[in-house]
Design a protein around this ligand. Structure first.
Ligand SMILES: [Fe+2]
Ligand SMILES: [Fe+2]
Length: 364
């Protein structure tokens, strides 16, 4: 989970740096265009001062070409310089425009959910041909920048390829997760929409806690597997009406460790998160939870704990009636700092309107 958002922020940083370089280069080209434009004027109006700009004209391919052509027709030196400088000014202006549009592309890329696309790679390649205009000014610089831009376009294309693969993997993960959740739901004897409501409460709580969109979505998916370990618990115990014996209760508690085991050999960010949730959704900050009784609980575990208990309280189970909404709300609030994490309970209070709406929407 973290590696993806890290990569994304690295891309953003890289994009921003490249954008800054583009902006600086754009300003340089605008200045060069203005300078060339002024030189064109000087060539005609003040031909005597032209010797100070000798080096500018000497390394200017356009000027050299023009001079060679003009020599054949014995054209006035002043006009050759002026035309040379004017054409150069236009080329610099075009390059400045190119950099401006390239920078815009970069900024779009940085702010996009999917920074790399085949389309973008093609656009960069197409635009890069503009850089060849510089050939007439300085062939080495022209070829070098053209090559860099081309390489960048292939880098983007490669990124797009990797991104497609990653999307495919997460689609497969998601399909698998939904099937897992459905199987658990059928087996665990809990009423129909428990998994869906817990997932929605998890999403609401995670959002209220200020987590980013991607993390919220991963956590929502992961939460659907919190009780997956119940697949390993005998149906008679799960569906038993009335009070459980001490022994039966101990057996039920093992659904957390079974869940962790079931998910431990499956790869993927969401599955790794699901494993943590399966292991920790019955832990309590006061250390009186299970299976380990630990007090250092991951945020994912702390969030799903609140979502799960709130839904269990407000739902009818084989051994109990559904609680009134206000009573369930109070129970969660009273558990802050002991059964539940205080920060998550705070988020629960703040987002209660939405939680209550979801409960109404997905009634059993
Ligand atoms: Fe559970
Ligand atoms: Fe549950």
């Amino acid at each position: 989970m973290e590696s993806i958002s890290e990569t994304r922020s690295n891309i953003k940083r890289l994009g921003k740096t490249l954008g800054l370089i583009c902006r600086i280069a754009m300003i340089v080209f605008i200045l060069l265009a203005a300078f060339s434009f002024v030189l064109a004027g000087i060539s005609v109006l003040l031909p005597d001062t032209m010797s100070s700009f000798k080096s500018y004209f000497e390394q200017n391919t356009i000027f050299q070409l023009l001079k060679a052509a003009a020599g054949l027709k014995s054209m006035d030196q002043r006009y050759v310089s002026a035309i040379g400088a004017m054409v150069t000014a236009i080329i610099f202006a075009v390059l400045a425009l190119y950099l401006g549009s390239f920078r815009k592309l970069l900024m779009e890329m940085v702010s996009s959910e999917k920074p790399f696309t085949q389309d973008l790679a093609r656009t960069i390649r197409r635009k890069s041909y503009t850089l060849l205009l510089m050939l007439v000014y300085n062939p080495v610089v022209a070829l070098l920048t053209f090559l860099i831009a081309m390489l960048f376009s292939y880098f983007v294309e490669y990124g797009a390829h990797i991104q497609e693969k990653a999307d495919q993997t997460s689609r497969i993960q998601e399909e698998m997760i939904v099937s897992f959740a459905e199987i658990t739901e059928n087996k665990s004897g809990q009423t129909g929409k428990h998994v869906r409501r817990v997932a929605e409460y998890t999403r609401i709580l995670a959002t209220a806690l200020g987590l980013d969109r991607e993390t919220v979505e991963n956590l929502r998916l992961a939460s659907t597997m919190h009780d997956i370990g119940k697949l390993m618990i005998p149906g008679e115990i799960l569906e038993k009406p009335g009070k459980l014996t001490e022994e039966e209760y101990r057996t039920i508690k093992t659904h957390t460790t079974y869940g962790g085991k079931l998910l431990q050999n499956v790869e993927g960010d969401v599955i790794a998160l699901a494993r943590t949730v399966a292991l920790e959704h019955h832990e309590r900050p006061d250390g009186r939870g299970y299976p380990e009784g630990k007090t250092e609980i991951s945020l994912a575990g702390r969030i799903v704990a609140v979502a799960d208990v709130y839904d269990a309280l407000t739902s009818k189970r084989s051994y109990k009636e559904a609680w009134e909404e206000d009573r369930a709300y109070q129970e969660i609030v009273n558990g802050a700092g002991t059964q539940f994490d205080s920060e998550v309970v705070e988020a629960f209070k703040n987002a209660y309107g939405e939680i209550s709406r979801i409960r109404e929407m997905y009634r059993d």
